[in-house]
Design a binder for this molecule. Structure first.
Ligand code: ASP
Length: 336
């Protein structure tokens, strides 16, 4: 058994954090703050806050953990001003909106997922249906849409005038940073069970059929009812090659706090990846004890934390601020 102290003592992150002036055994607020309040709900980006609050209201009204995930994420999916999730999402290179989503339930280690789903506004609800009413985990493309329609999900035209205008603009230049974001939402219920979900329109103007990390169990989302849960947002290609959410949960199993695990996963990726720290990836995590944390490669990743009596958007630890460099296969703080 590796204790947390043990983990930290040999972790390159511990060295980096020490070099950056962070105390190993006293994480800063953005690293981890435990709460005994339940449910604890943590999600990506400021648009996660109203989603969290809906999830909290759902639990207060007697809803289950899965109800909370679907209702919370449903707020972001229904928000037409959100150009990276659900009905307001930016389309692919051919002007078609293709949505990715997944859901996991800690009890029974169940999962459901849909990828490249067209014409359906609430993909996370379809993912739940896949989990609950099929022997499968993942449905993609035309099969996912057929399944959704057969199960009573209404067909909607997902192209908003705003998104179509942005796509036309992009077509003219094929240039600029194509936007992308995801809502990943994690819930620790009063009975100690963990749940999570993830939903996105993926990378704007992506190749038709491109699937990101968000519907991939272990990449965009992972829930382990013994340990904790993690979710991702950012450039999916840089998340899914490292099974990052699974890795974060496994790091927590070995003693890391949620914040440390998120940061360690980024540093491990940065150490191996030709792109170094320039990966545009961000993670949130919660553990079974009610601690939470987040980390991103750059500044600007904020996440929402909600529990009874508290709902805030917090800045995440930005790994680029740590000024780490690879030295002989290890990451070390540069000290400047
Ligand atoms: N991870 C999403 C994807 O690559 C996008 C994002 O969260 O920024 O599809």
């Amino acid at each position: 058994m590796i204790t947390r102290r043990h983990f930290l003592a040999r972790s390159p992150l511990a060295l980096a954090l020490a070099g950056a002036g962070c105390q190993r055994e006293q994480p800063t607020e953005s690293m981890s703050t435990p709460t005994s309040q339940r449910p604890l709900i943590v999600s990506t980006w400021p648009f996660g806050k109203p989603a969290n609050e809906q999830a909290l209201a759902t639990v207060r009204a007697g809803g289950s953990g899965l109800d909370a995930v679907v209702a919370g994420i449903g707020v972001a999916e229904a928000d037409l001003s959100n150009s990276s999730v659900g009905a307001g999402g930016l389309p692919n290179a051919e002007g078609v909106v293709q949505l990715d989503a997944c859901i996991m339930a800690g009890p029974g280690h169940r999962a459901g997922s849909v990828a490249a789903l067209e014409g359906i506004g609430h993909p996370v609800a379809v993912a739940r249906k896949v989990m609950e009413s099929t022997p499968h985990v993942m449905l993609a493309g035309a099969g996912a849409k057929k399944f959704a329609l057969e199960n009573g999900f209404p067909e909607v035209d997902l192209r908003t005038p705003e998104a179509t205008a942005k796509w036309r603009e992009w077509q003219a230049t094929r240039d600029g940073d194509p936007g992308h974001d995801t809502i990943a939402l994690l819930v620790l219920m009063p009975d100690g069970n963990l749940y999570g979900g993830c939903s996105t329109s993926g990378l704007a103007f992506k190749l038709p059929g491109r699937v990101g990390d968000s519907p991939i169990i272990g990449s965009g989302l992972y829930v382990d009812n013994e340990v904790g849960a993690a979710g991702a947002t950012g450039l999916g290609e840089n998340v899914m090659r490292y099974c990052a959410s699974f890795l974060i949960v496994e790091l927590m199993r070995r003693g890391a706090t949620p914040g440390e695990a998120c940061a360690e996963a980024i540093l491990r990726t940065a150490r191996q990846d030709p792109k170094g720290i320039d990966l545009s990836i961000n993670f949130i995590a919660i553990d079974k004890q009610g601690r939470w944390g987040a980390a991103g490669t750059g500044k600007g990743f904020a996440y929402a934390v909600t529990y009874p009596g508290y709902s805030e958007v917090l800045p995440s630890l930005a790994l680029s601020d740590l000024k780490v460099k690879a030295v002989g296969g290890h990451l070390e703080a540069t000290g400047d």
